[in-house]
Design a protein around this ligand. Sequence first.
Ligand code: DCP
Ligand code: MG
Length: 368
Amino acid sequence: MAHIIHADLDAFYATVEQLDNPELRGKPVLVGGRPESRGVVATASYEARPFGVHSAMPMRTAVRLCPQGIIVRPRFNRYREMSRLVMDVFRDFTEIVEPLSLDEAYLDISGRWPLGVALELKRRVKEETGLTVSVGVSASKYVSKIASDLQKPDGLVVVPSGDETGFLAPLAVGKLWGIGPKTAERLNAEGVETIGDLASKPTDWFARVFGQRAESVRLRAAGQDNEPVHTERVTKSVSSETTFPDDIGDTEELHRVLDELASGVSGSLEGKGLQGRTVTVKMRLADFTTFSRQSTLPRPSNDVDPIRELAWRLLSAELTAGRTFRLLGVGVSNFSDGEEERQLPLTLEGDFSAVRREWWLPETTPLP
Ligand code: DCP
Ligand code: MG
């Protein structure tokens, strides 16, 4: 079962400024250029938004609308730094992360319990960075992107598979991917106000209005899209190593260190939902000679026992009298493609829909 998260930080630049400077907290903050030098607003804190201030607005206009607004110059290096922290949290949940900008990304969490992952993601981002993130979850990228925007700030909207059309129906056509303001205007003139209006049109109407794009627009209006999450960084191996303060030659101590490394790697594999077949032990001797030995498990695993045993066998073969080690590492690679994982039944699906009925859908959405 495909589950894709779209996560977008709330008032990103402004929230970073409020975090770093407590005096700005709870106040309307306008991050951007100076009004007297034709600066524009990069973003406004949520305290400033009720005044009608938004990104890309001339700062001069923003100050007129919100005279009590505090203007702060952007600090891009700081935002990049915070972005890296947030993306690292995202990557703790899945290796399939597609960043769209400094403050938003898609995460493929297929095969997991979406509401549980979303709540934990929000909690960890808050705990580790102080930022709040709005999250949308559904089976497709663009539905999730629409969903993440609906309950900002600190939003969480889950659209269960099968409910896409009902979820999209009441929304303005302009919210649909690929429908710009001009097209939206043209559609409104034809009496098509909502995505639901659009979805109810016959196929030949789409062909007439959208030409080449007809089929893709029609499918999207119906809540269908199979665009995968694109990621450049796919994990090929998970490993852990340690350099000792003093070289170790004692067999028992080496054994203990190896156990620790193996259980760290096992935990990390489990956290990422990965199972591997190849176990590698990396060794560095007192004279800095570095080499590794690897072997294969009978089947892909992330269990600590088989990994630990194989790692120990590899290391044992290298122990000779008087040999001391500066560094040891354990790695697991050669992952299975995760197909088994994707087919796991979603045992919590029942509870999940009950929860959704009460809290997770925006009020504008008719419940089935
Ligand atoms: N940004 C910018 N100029 C724009 C839009 C955005 O410089 N025209 C910057 C400032 C934002 C950041 O990019 O903080 C992220 O953009 P978002 O559109 O996600 O806006 P925010 O995160 O600020 O607010 P929201 O809570 O609506 O996501
Ligand atoms: Mg944002």
